[in-house]
Ligand binder design. Structure first.
Ligand SMILES: Nc1ncnc2c1ncn2[C@@H]1O[C@H](COP(=O)(O)OP(=O)(O)OP(=O)(O)O)[C@@H](O)[C@H]1O
Ligand SMILES: [Mg+2]
Length: 460
């Protein structure tokens, strides 16, 4: 059930007007930006004489979670019977609906993460476009969206985003040209007023208090996800713009004292300390080192609780070998020893590998070597996605897990905490990668978690 505040009503009234060209909803997490954007989009789509529209988010999972379902406030969950999920001739999914004049229209669904996927969908004239988390999409995609609307009489676009680098193209080329309405944080307002307003372009800033379901207690809990004063706290909890600079994780981790809960007795061990079936499932991440510098292969074993509310890094190996056959033997011995300690072998779900060298060869030799030792868990290449290969998503996952104290380390894995504490932001807002040893631990750790990224994020 969607509740409307005065702010929602103001934003929706604008969306209904034919001369409103762009609405931008920027602000904190859980501030009702997406829900309001969905509602604005629907109002405009249903009254439009044009019959092809577009919803875009990072990928189809994000569209399903945040836009179609959205905890009961999404297109399918809040408007049952109005929109129907259908499949097109080339297999792409879209929403079918009838507009207020009874004409059948289509809402295309596109993930902007994969260029070949959205290029296929965008070869059309499109009228209304909703882009969720628009700062994540790349420039080509945004430009293409505007190009698709040029022949339409009353095109409409609605965007949502959390704060980002003030120099981001999305601000400089678009958002700063909006007319700000309502209360806007002073630093953001200062940015916006420098550029002239474009007719029909509007900007609203949102915070958690604008969301009718966020109680004080929920706001307090959500605010604790990111370390106070960190870059992510500023952009996600305060909804401000800012550059990612300095240490990424250090405010939560320090070399000398580890905050409560970060290092925990090995939860993989049962109370008798004999077996390792303390977690529901286990996955292993392996970052294969750079052969030229003769180091850097790190194996990470992660244990996941049944509901993914907890993850523990329970074991690690920094390999000594660099020659491929010796390295594979060293890796498989370590993994086999762990697998043997499990009562239920099926709990070792997967082993994920990333490598500088020919990955297919590594995968098959490791698979073979493990099978010889009686380990049959699937061995696969680390899933990569999006323009940065998933680097930002992996960093954000770790920030959330650490900030909300859901990630712990067994005492023999303290080396990860030391490594994480040293990582800083590079110019691109991602961990600065200079082939330093800390990156090997960081990557390997990420790879042990990445396959469960959706499940771990959903828990928040
Ligand atoms: N107007 C509303 N009425 C009822 N529930 C709402 C409303 N707005 C938001 N919610 C609830 O709050 C949740 C979070 O809202 P929403 O997804 O719009 O936040 P957001 O600002 O887009 O956050 P993020 O930056 O994390 O994407 C929704 O899934 C929904 O359950
Ligand atoms: Mg949102």
């Amino acid at each position: 059930m969607i509740h409307l505040t005065d702010k929602h009503v103001q934003a929706l009234a604008l969306a209904e007007r034919d001369d409103t060209r762009l609405e931008v909803f920027e602000g904190t997490v859980r501030s009702s930006k997406t829900v309001c954007a969905i509602t604005a989009f629907i109002l405009r789509v249903l009254k439009s004489d044009d019959l092809v529209h577009l919803i875009a988010a990072r990928d189809l999972d994000a569209i399903t979670d945040n836009i179609l379902e959205s905890n009961g406030c999404g297109l399918l969950s809040a408007y049952p019977g109005i929109f129907t999920l259908s499949k097109g001739a080339i297999g792409n999914t879209y929403l079918a609906y009838l507009n207020i004049k009874g004409k059948e229209g289509k809402i295309l669904l596109a993930g902007y993460d994969k260029k070949n996927a959205w290029e296929k969908i965008l070869g059309k004239t499109i009228s209304c476009i909703l882009v969720d988390e628009v700062n994540v999409a790349d420039e080509d995609f945004i430009r293409e969206c505007f190009a698709r609307q040029t022949s339409i009489d009353h095109p409409f676009t609605v965007w949502t985003l959390n704060g980002d680098d003030p120099d981001h193209f999305i601000y400089k080329d678009y958002i700063n040209y909006c007319k700000p309405l309502g209360k806007v944080p002073p630093t953001t307002l200062a940015d916006i007023v420098k550029s002239p307003d474009k007719e029909g372009w509007y900007y609203f800033h949102w915070n958690m208090k604008d969301n009718p379901v966020m109680t004080d207690e929920k706001i307090r809990k959500a605010s604790e996800i990111y370390p106070l004063n960190s870059h992510y706290y500023n952009i996600k909890i305060l909804g401000l713009r800012g550059k990612a600079e300095g240490a990424i994780f250090a405010s939560e981790l320090s070399d000398r004292d580890y905050p409560d809960g970060l290092v925990k007795k090995d939860g993989a061990l049962a109370p008798d300390g004999l077996n390792k079936d303390g977690y529901e499932s286990y996955e292993i991440g392996i970052d294969i080192g750079n052969n030229e510098i003769k180091r850097g292969t790190v194996i990470t074993i992660a244990g996941f609780s049944r509901d993914y509310s907890e993850v523990q890094i329970i074991d690690t190996l920094t390999c000594k070998s660099t020659e491929i056959n010796a390295l594979v033997a060293e890796m498989s011995s370590f993994i086999a020893l762990f697998a043997e300690s499990l009562i239920n072998k099926g709990r070792l779900r997967a082993i994920w590998l990333d490598s500088y060298g020919p990955i297919q060869l590594m995968l098959s030799t490791l698979r073979k070597s493990l099978a010889e030792k009686g380990v049959y868990a699937p061995v696969g290449e680390v899933p990569k996605f999006g323009k940065d290969q998933g680097r930002k998503a992996r960093m954000e996952l770790l920030l959330i897990l650490i900030g909300s104290k859901r990630l712990t380390f067994a005492p023999r894995c303290i080396i990860y905490i030391r490594a994480l504490a040293k990582l800083t932001y590079g110019k691109d807002g991602l961990p600065e990668d200079e082939n330093q040893p800390e990156m090997d631990y960081y990557d390997s750790l990420c790879y042990s978690l990445v396959n469960n990224m959706l499940r771990l994020n959903r828990k928040v």
